[in-house]
Design a protein around this ligand. Structure first.
Ligand code: IPE
Ligand code: IPE
Ligand code: MG
Ligand code: MG
Ligand code: MG
Length: 290
């Protein structure tokens, strides 16, 4: 079954709106909503669903876990834009959360979104066994924390204006962006109670998809149109960010992406025509302009 990105974005947003509306009100809710809606491609949920369908997981379950991932992603963007990090004023075609609401409020709304992700996984809305929930929460903690996204963001900032090797750049991009995609790809295998080896197989595919996604984001920064992207472009070079483009050049970075796509497709070959959706999603990831 093929479900397009718009439909996934819509269903994820409906889920998140319902979830937020069931919470007791607080002053941070409007700020959290600002970080979540509108905008956001929901590409992580799309990958989760593409891989989920390979293992015949039901759509509602995938949307629920995807919504948790999108909360972590939204938190990471709010924090990524802060003056102490990338210091960016535009996100998704509107003012960054800290510009709109102030820095301390943005930090706390980000924290709240991060925590809400785990609340979603623990909630009765997610219809999987308690054991599976614990395994999902454990894996997501690993992928978002100091060995995953947060650790990668730390490396990204500490590499600014330094000469960094190719392997170190790749390691940093896999941590800051790849690990959340690893989680998305591992979810269906965790739900199906697959063994460690198979979960690792899917995590590895996720790391590569995330790496591809981050290099494509770096390509958009290098050459893209800021109106279309909804955020300022041509800023990585000014900040002295370590990227494969700064190290190898634009053409070589694209060639590297082609090789990543080739490798992922090779790994998924055993799923035959069922892996067609992922193939199309990978092409979209590389060729998008936002
Ligand atoms: C941007 O992510 C930040 C990166 C990890 C490269 P997205 O491009 O997925 O952001 P939205 O959610 O669509 O705005
Ligand atoms: C962000 O990478 C990665 C995250 C984990 C948030 P970037 O800093 O390149 O993302 P943009 O370009 O600001 O969206
Ligand atoms: Mg950044
Ligand atoms: Mg940034
Ligand atoms: Mg970027």
């Amino acid at each position: 079954m093929k479900i397009n990105l718009n439909r996934i974005a819509k269903d994820t947003n409906i889920f998140l709106k319902n979830f937020l509306n069931k919470q007791n009100n607080s002053k941070l809710i409007p700020v959290m909503k600002y970080g979540l809606f509108p905008g956001g491609k929901k590409i992580r949920s799309k990958i989760l669903i593409d891989i989920g369908f390979l293992l015949s997981i039901n759509y509602k379950t995938l949307i629920t876990v995807g919504a948790a991932v999108e909360c972590i992603h939204a938190y990471s963007l709010i924090h990524d834009d802060l003056p102490c990090m990338d210091n960016d004023k535009m996100r998704r075609g509107k003012l960054s959360t800290h510009i709109k609401f102030g820095e301390s409020t943005a930090v706390l709304a980000g924290n709240s979104l991060l925590i809400m992700a785990f609340e979603i996984l623990a909630s009765p809305t997610l219809k999987v066994s308690e054991k599976i929930k614990i395994n999902l929460i454990k894996k997501l903690s690993e992928c978002a924390g100091h060995l995953g996204m947060a650790g990668g963001q730390y490396l990204d900032l500490s590499y600014e204006k330094k000469k960094i090797s190719k392997n170190k750049i790749i390691e940093m991009e896999i941590k800051k962006t790849g690990k959340l995609f690893s989680f998305c790809c591992a979810v269906p295998a965790i739900i199906k109670k697959k063994d460690k080896k198979e979960i690792k197989f899917f995590e590895n595919i996720g790391s590569n998809i995330g790496l591809l996604f981050q290099i494509a984001d770096d390509l958009i920064d290098f050459k893209g149109d800021s109106k279309k992207a909804g955020k300022k472009t041509r800023k990585d070079q000014k900040k002295g960010k370590a990227t494969l483009i700064s190290l190898l050049g634009y053409r070589n970075a694209i060639e590297y992406c082609d090789r990543i796509i080739f490798d992922i497709n090779k790994n998924l070959k055993k799923y035959g025509s069922n892996s067609k959706n992922i193939k199309e999603t990978l092409d979209y990831i590389l060729n998008r302009d936002k």
